[in-house]
Design a protein around this ligand. Structure first.
Ligand code: G1P
Length: 284
């Protein structure tokens, strides 16, 4: 069965980017001229996803508007000879995509956010993308996971190697010795001393639908959150779960330094912006 639905949790407060995120969802902050969330949606759509399920909150209406049509603006652009812009605000590739929104009333963690999509998923495997993790790659990261899912019919998690000093920021896996990819343990944000490896979870998952049963069994952690990682850990007792060491360049746009780095990376792709960047950093 091919993967047709993707869940994108977007209900977080974006505290790290205040005051910018006081009235604007952090997912709407642009990398150059495109909101962060659109990169994740593009990645999903390019991997064959047909329905995007946003787990959202009352402060995130701008995301709904962004993926809706803006007839008035289109008319204005058309009537003022600026129709070149229309494909940017109404991209052909999104025309047949269904955008669905589910409100998460309180911030109870990633696992709780995913559980909010259970009634929309039925029995099929589905994708999860965390837009903060912006990944540039030739073959989309999600597609790389989907290809492993095709071969294994099991859940698959995006993995990358991180410096030991960073393990406490991520979910961290232990892989079976005979296979780099079969996961035998997973821990959410371990202390360096408890980390089973330096293989960190990135925000790309293909999950078999029985994850919802495991999520029901997960108890809140010390921050009163339901962690997806804890549900995956329970799943490991009964099911195979594989890691995908994807090929690509990842930016953690949930942090200021990752956000700026991603902006520079994209900026350097544009000759004019590149010249300005080079002037500032003294290479011109
Ligand atoms: C979440 C997951 C974590 C994963 C990370 C990837 O954490 O809980 O396991 O490593 O995404 O970005 P968050 O960044 O939401 O705290």
């Amino acid at each position: 069965m091919s993967i047709k639905k993707a869940v994108l949790p977007v209900a977080g407060f974006g505290t790290r980017f205040l005051p910018a995120t006081k009235a604007i969802p952090k997912e709407m902050l642009p990398i150059i001229d495109k909101p962060l969330i659109e990169y994740a949606v593009e990645e999903a759509v390019s991997a064959g996803i047909e329905e995007i399920i946003f787990i959202t909150s009352h402060t995130k209406i701008a995301i709904e508007n962004h993926f809706d049509s803006n007839f008035e603006l289109e008319e204005k652009l058309l009537n003022s000879g600026k129709d070149d812009f229309i494909p940017l605000i109404n991209p052909e590739k999104f025309k047949n995509i269904r955008f669905t929104y589910v409100r998460q009333k309180s911030q109870r963690g990633l696992g709780d956010a995913i559980a909010h999509a259970s009634h929309l998923i039925n029995d099929s495997a589905f994708a999860v993308l965390l837009a903060d993790d912006l990944i540039f790659s030739e073959k989309s990261c999600l597609k790389q996971l989907i290809d492993i899912h095709k071969n294994t019919s099991s859940s698959v998690i995006g993995i990358n190697e991180v410096p030991e000093s960073d393990v406490s920021k991520y979910g961290v896996i232990k892989a079976a010795e005979d296979s780099e990819l079969k996961i035998i343990d997973i821990i959410e944000k371990p202390d360096i001393s408890d980390a089973p490896s330096n293989l960190a979870v990135v925000g790309r998952y293909i999950l078999e639908s029985d994850i919802f049963n495991y999520l029901k069994r997960v108890e809140e952690d010390s921050s009163n959150e339901i962690q997806l990682t804890d549900a995956i850990k329970l799943m490991l007792y009964d099911k195979d779960v594989f890691g995908c060491k994807y090929i690509g360049t990842k930016f953690d746009c949930g942090t200021k330094k990752g956000f700026v780095a991603a902006t520079l990376y994209k900026g350097l792709e544009d000759e004019q912006i590149k010249q300005e960047i080079n002037k500032i950093i003294g290479k011109a």
